[in-house]
Each structure stands twice: as structure tokens, then as C-alpha cells.
Design a protein. Structure first.
Length: 208
């Protein structure tokens, strides 16, 4: 089990989570603008499957050449189509990648300074990293907004988008573990105001 770090002189650690296309990256960027250290599991997830990494080799062995692009990189669209159509295949992928992502996330958090850290974990509700952070911040919006944003962002069908949402923790499950919530279905200015208020709160809560 990953031990909670609060009380040991390490920075306050905020686990930022939310459903796909809820705006987690935007919110994390707003915190970064205010000086927070941001560690993003989505970024790490891409790094652990770069060419030459053991993670990519294991994905290739498990799922075949159909998920590898001509240039040797991971074909994410092909992999999404495969794993979100089959729960067993999705769990197989998670078993390959999630331990690597967790290990690198903890390494980066332990190496980083800062008054507080924002650790972006899309699947935090289901992750052992939940016990590593001191507070959980949920970026919340309704499902219709998620679907609209996802279809605008990625070349997905609506059915595929809904399968991706269904594979994640529900909105209710995320809100049930939240210490703090940012409602992100309005303007960027509204989101920025909420981030600023939480930034001040986290500075006050920080042990340093």
C-alpha cells in the first residue's frame, strides 16, 4: 500500500480527478499558472509506452501489431477501439500500464518540491494512489457536456464515447470521494475563480 505523505514535511498532495473530457487538464494548467507543481498521470501514461520502453513492448506482445503504428509508436485510436469493446482486454491493458504509471507518479511526486502538488489521476476513484494524496479534488460536469467535448476532441463515435464513460467510475462515485469540487461546465473565467479560491485554501492547509 502507498502511504499517505501528509504530516512528514512533504508538500500537500491534491489528487485531481474527473471523468474523461471534464476539463482536468485545463484546471491543472490554471493551478500551474498560480505556481502549483503539477504531475499528470496522462502525461506519464504516454511516456511509459514510448518506443523503447518496456511498457510498449508488453502492449505489443499482448495486443499484437494492429495497435502499433508504422513509425513504431502506439496507435492509441486502435487500442481504444479494442479495449473499450471488451472489458477483459481493458483490464489486461490496465494490468500492464497502471503499476508503471503509479510507480513513476510517486517517484515524480517524491522528487518535486512546491508548497502543494496537484497530481492528476483520471481513474483516482479506482486507484491505490487515492491513499497517496491528502485531499481529492473532483472536476465535475454533466455527462452530456463530457460527450460533446469528447466528440469535438477525438474522432470517436457517440457509442464509443459512451462506452468510454461507462468504463470509468460514475459521476456519483467520484463526488462521493471528493474533498473539493470544481464545477467545470461554464466559462473559463468561472473555472479560474474556483481555482484561485482553492489555491488560497491549499496554501493555508500546506504544512510548509
Amino acid at each position: 500500500m502507498i502511504a499517505n505523505a501528509q504530516g512528514t514535511g512533504t508538500p500537500l498532495r491534491i489528487g485531481l480527478t474527473g471523468g474523461i473530457a471534464s476539463g482536468k487538464s485545463t484546471i491543472a494548467e490554471l493551478f500551474a499558472e498560480l505556481g502549483a507543481v503539477v504531475i499528470d498521470c496522462d502525461v506519464i501514461a504516454r511516456e511509459v509506452v514510448m518506443p523503447g520502453q518496456p511498457g510498449l513492448s508488453e502492449v505489443r506482445e499482448a495486443f499484437g501489431e494492429s495497435v502499433i503504428s508504422e513509425d513504431g509508436t502506439l496507435d492509441r485510436a486502435a487500442l481504444r477501439q479494442l479495449v473499450f469493446a471488451d472489458d477483459d482486454r481493458r483490464k489486461q491493458l490496465e494490468a500492464i500500464l497502471h503499476p508503471r504509471i503509479r510507480e513513476e507518479t510517486v517517484r515524480q511526486a517524491d522528487a518535486a518540491c512546491g508548497t502543494y502538488q496537484i497530481i492528476v489521476v483520471p481513474l483516482l476513484a479506482e486507484s491505490p494512489l487515492k491513499s497517496f494524496v491528502d485531499r481529492i479534488l473532483v472536476v465535475d460536469c454533466d455527462e452530456d457536456t463530457q460527450i460533446r467535448r469528447l466528440l469535438a476532441r477525438d474522432p470517436e463515435s457517440e457509442d464509443q464515447a459512451r462506452r468510454i464513460l461507462a468504463a470509468q467510475a460514475s459521476r456519483e462515485e467520484r463526488l462521493a470521494i471528493a474533498d473539493d469540487v470544481i464545477t467545470n461546465d461554464g466559462s473559463l473565467g468561472a473555472a479560474r475563480s474556483q481555482v484561485a479560491a482553492l489555491h488560497n485554501s491549499y496554501l493555508n492547509l500546506s504544512p510548509s
